[in-house]
Write a protein that binds this ligand. Sequence first.
Ligand SMILES: [Zn+2]
Length: 122
Amino acid sequence: MFCPQCGKENEAGARFCGHCGTTLVQPANEPAPERQPVPEQPVTPAEPVRIVDLTRADAGVSPGLKWGVIAASVVFPIVGIGMGLYYWMRAESPEKLATGKTWFFVGLGIIVFYLSLGTEQY
Ligand SMILES: [Zn+2]
């Protein structure tokens, strides 16, 4: 920044002028309390308009929820089969063997269910 007293350049962040010794006012740190109310005012009126437009265009279903359900319905049976096979093959105890079989067949059943839904549409 430049010294307001003698006009010579000083390092950014310097508190005193290296040429004449004048106390330098830091423009970056001082106006912090003044900045806060400024951005809040223009943001608030703009946001509700956007939200209304998005929900109307998507017929009430948010795209994030839709993709979340699709991802969960695809990931869940795959994880179920993987976990089921893992416990089934290790067979550390009768309980884990039964749990593994249950997970495996539930996951398999969900995938077969989705496949049958997909083939019915074509
Ligand atoms: Zn100076």
